[in-house]
Write a protein that binds this ligand. Structure first.
Ligand code: NAD
Length: 491
């Protein structure tokens, strides 16, 4: 069992749920209960809204941008100092290799620092409308924000919401995923330690269908920032529409990885392994469709399969583990079902299958790095988000076909293009309908670079100056400058 805090955090106090309910959260790699966590209900969301509203109107409104920046930088420093303990907790609760959790906490730290730097640069514009009116704009916080996040990058996703929301002067109610609530509660505690006033950041773990919906429909919440599945995002947008809340949505993906025959094949293989098997494929931007040009298809497939089979799968806490467990046995079953569907549709298993794990690990929660060859772009396995360590291989003959396949899904989050032809890399990048395209690199997300989706991958851009638009309203202030009193009615 873990000794991490397990209660709700409302108005600066750790407390039990009003109804006294709790739920279990697990160490999925071992199939063991890790902690019992207070389970918020609608009453607790009400209490969190009251606390967040009073902090928004009170202590946080009185905090200067410079002090907001200082508090966010202090929070970044505390996270940085506690990286090891936080990474261990995150790894145990998610099944993700600990070294990956360390890397993601570094991103969380950088994200807090990035937005701390924007707090004092929330500029409006000014202009002379005509000789008798001057106007300027103010960027004001939206108010009380509800953030609902998934389990695949728990602390990093929390930072992606907390940093821009608080830098711009909003207060926040954060609902972590039930599978991974522990580091979010700890983040709330550290925020208090960093000098962020009580009520500014409230944490309410609980089921999405109850707590998440209560947030999306709550009249006291002004905006929902959501990351998760496309179907959930659609539901949240519908519920939030009743009160015309602002909504930003970071949703699912089915991103392509295009390998042209002129590419550096060794680099493309290594980069493509990372692009799918990092976080056991449980990444929204996972490049889960390999599109490979005819001439190099066989050579690429065999080099990739050989390296995929060599990736060490196992204990998330071991330094040499490359692929940990999935978030749960249930999710691993779903992934295995989709792999079977891909094989039933005529795909060929080039890597993957049974695993032989050592120690006390629950092998049913793990899925071996899987490569399915001979897949048509229209098949179910090439169209549905698998959210596991599974990649398909599809042939293409020329650039036009590569672009058509790349765009031939309902998602549009990310893509990678591997080619030695610089002009082609940029040409293809312009034609792909997605929020980010890497040319000869698998890395498409960095603090400072806009991140978000086209099409059913959502709307809004995080991690960048664009994110400030997601958390502010623009107010126009107009001043009459005429020397004579105005009399538009001529009365
Ligand atoms: P999910 O949609 O099941 O859950 C996400 C969050 O929404 C959780 O906190 C959950 O409790 C809550 N929720 C569930 N039903 C709800 C409802 N009806 N109303 C309000 N809230 C509700 O997603 P998940 O399984 O936790 O995460 C995986 C998904 O997230 C994948 O589709 C992945 O692509 C996506 N994702 C997207 C990004 C991105 O930036 N685009 C990043 C990470 C993950």
């Amino acid at each position: 069992m873990s000794d991490a805090p397990t209660q709700l955090l409302i108005n600066g106090e750790l407390r039990d749920a009003a109804a006294g309910a709790t739920f279990a959260t697990f160490d999925p790699a071992r199939g063991a209960e890790l902690a019992r966590v207070a389970q918020a209900g609608a009453d607790d969301v009400d209490a969190a809204v009251t606390a967040a509203r009073s902090a928004f109107d009170g202590a946080w409104a009185k905090t200067s941008p410079a002090k907001r920046a200082r508090a966010l930088n202090r929070l970044a420093q505390l996270l940085d100092e506690q990286t090891d303990a936080l990474a261990e907790l995150e790894s145990r609760n998610s099944g993700k290799p600990k070294w990956q959790c360390v890397a993601e906490i570094k991103v969380a730290v950088a994200t807090l620092e990035l937005f701390a730097g924007t707090a004092q640069h929330l500029y409006g514009r000014s202009h002379v409308v005509n000789p008798s009116v001057v106007a300027y704009t103010l960027r004001e916080p939206i108010g009380v924000v509800g953030a609902i996040i998934p389990w695949n990058y728990p602390l990093m996703m929390a930072a992606w919401k907390v940093a821009p929301a608080l830098a711009t002067g909003n207060t926040l109610i954060l609902k972590p995923a039930s599978a991974t609530p522990l580091t979010a509660i700890r983040l709330g505690e550290l925020a208090l330690e960093a000098g962020i006033p009580p009520g500014v950041l409230n944490i309410v773990p609980g089921p999405g269908t109850e707590v998440g919906e209560a947030m999306a429909s709550h009249p006291g919440i002004d905006k929902i920032a959501f990351t998760g599945e496309t179907a959930t995002g659609r539901r949240i947008a519908e519920v939030a529409a009743k009160s015309l809340k602002r909504v930003s949505l970071e949703l699912g993906g089915k991103s392509p990885n295009i390998v042209f025959a002129d590419a550096d094949i060794d680099a493309a293989v290594i980069g493509s392994l990372w692009a799918i098997y990092y976080s056991a494929g449980q990444s929204c931007e996972a490049r889960s469709r390999l599109l490979v040009q005819d001439e190099v298809y066989e050579a690429f497939a065999s080099a990739f399969a050989e390296k995929a089979k060599a990736l060490k799968v196992g204990d998330p806490l071991a330094d040499d583990t490359k692929v940990g467990s999935l978030i749960s046995r249930k999710h691993a079953d779903k992934v295995r079902g989709l792999v079977q569907a891909g094989l039933d549709e005529g795909g060929v298993l080039l890597a993957g299958g049974d695993l032989d794990l050592e120690g006390d690990l629950d092998s049913d929660a793990f899925v071996a790095p899987t490569l399915i060859g001979g897949v048509s772009n229209e098949s179910r396995i090439a169209q549905e988000e698998v959210f596991g360590p599974v990649v398909t291989l599809t042939r293409f003959s020329d650039e036009a076909e590569a672009v058509r396949f790349a765009n031939g899904v309902r998602y549009g989050l990310a893509a990678t293009v591997w080619t030695a032809d610089g002009a082609r890399g940029h040409r293809v990048a312009q034609r792909i309908r997605s929020g980010a395209v890497g040319i000869n690199t698998p890395f498409i997300a960095f603090p400072g670079v806009p991140f978000g989706g086209f099409k059913e991958s959502g709307y809004g851009r995080e991690q960048s100056l664009e994110a400030l638009d997601l958390y502010t309203e623009t107010k126009a202030v107009l001043q009459g400058t005429s020397a004579k009193p105005i009399n538009p009615f001529g009365v």
